[in-house]
Design a protein around this ligand. Structure first.
Ligand code: HEC
Length: 228
């Protein structure tokens, strides 16, 4: 029995260890501190994504007009600021790059980012975008600390140069926040609905309590039972 316990504990410890190592991917991650209810951040993130990322990455699970609706951007502004010519407001967000071209240029196709915030986590995305460093042995002259030998160029380098470190971090946070929203657009509705349901249950609780008191008054002192 003792031996069994010992083996189980060590297996469990091993599993926990390997999970945490896998989750961390080797390097420690910075906290993204995103807030999905921050509309300004989401709007800025959407605009940055369209300008700096959508040339290579699609977010095929998302439609332009859904973004407009969720982030309170009018259709006209979506068309003006977030879309490129030829796209339809009801269409999904595809990338303009051909698969064959991407293979040739990067050796791999830039993955669709619809679910990356969920598969890798927001902290990973946030840290990844801030972890490019100069490395002349790589085709684009940069490497990445947490995705070693990444075949993505440091697309935000110009932004990084023209901004204070704080503002740059905020921009990356906004892009990450946008990708978090994209990973589960219903989160906005779900969390909002959650508060309403809890509020309803609270009111129901008060009413039920009053009703219970009313009923038990009769049970205690009513027709069926003499007063104590
Ligand atoms: C010039 C094309 C290009 C642009 C622009 C670009 N990427 Fe990438 N991205 C890539 C390629 C190629 C990969 C695959 C890297 C690899 O696996 O080595 C990648 C990988 C990623 C990954 C990792 C995905 C995963 O599951 O491993 C994330 C996250 C990402 N990009 C986010 C972004 C964001 C956010 C932007 C905009 C700020 C952006 N990318 C702009 C080409 C691009």
């Amino acid at each position: 029995m003792k031996k069994l316990l010992k083996t189980t504990t060590s297996v469990l410890a091993g599993l926990t260890l390997s999970f945490s190592v896998l989750a961390a991917g080797g390097a420690p991650l910075d906290h993204a501190n995103t807030d999905i209810n921050d509309q300004k951040s989401l709007q800025n993130g959407a605009s940055l994504f369209m300008n700096y990322c959508s040339g290579c990455h699609s977010i095929e699970f998302m439609r332009y007009n859904r973004i407009g609706k969720d982030l309170n951007i009018s259709d006209a502004d979506v068309e003006k600021n977030l879309m490129f010519s030829g796209d339809k407001i009801g269409g999904t967000i595809t990338s303009s790059m051909s698969k064959a071209g991407a293979e040739k240029w990067f050796g791999t196709t830039p993955p669709d980012l619809s679910l990356v915030s969920r598969s890798k986590g927001v902290d990973w995305v946030y840290t990844y975008l801030r972890s490019f460093y100069k490395d002349d042995t790589r085709p684009f002259g940069v490497n990445n600390k947490i995705l070693v030998n990444a075949s993505m160029p440091d697309v935000l380098w110009e932004l990084k140069q023209n901004k204070s470190a704080e503002d740059f971090d905020q921009d990356v946070r906004d892009i990450t926040n946008f990708l978090d929203y994209v990973g589960e657009p219903a989160k906005l509705v779900r969390v909002d609905l959650g508060y309403k349901v809890l509020g309803f249950l609270f009111v129901l609780f008060i009413l039920s309590y009053l009703l219970k008191k009313e009923y038990w008054k009769d049970v205690k002192y009513g027709k069926w039972r003499a007063k104590d």
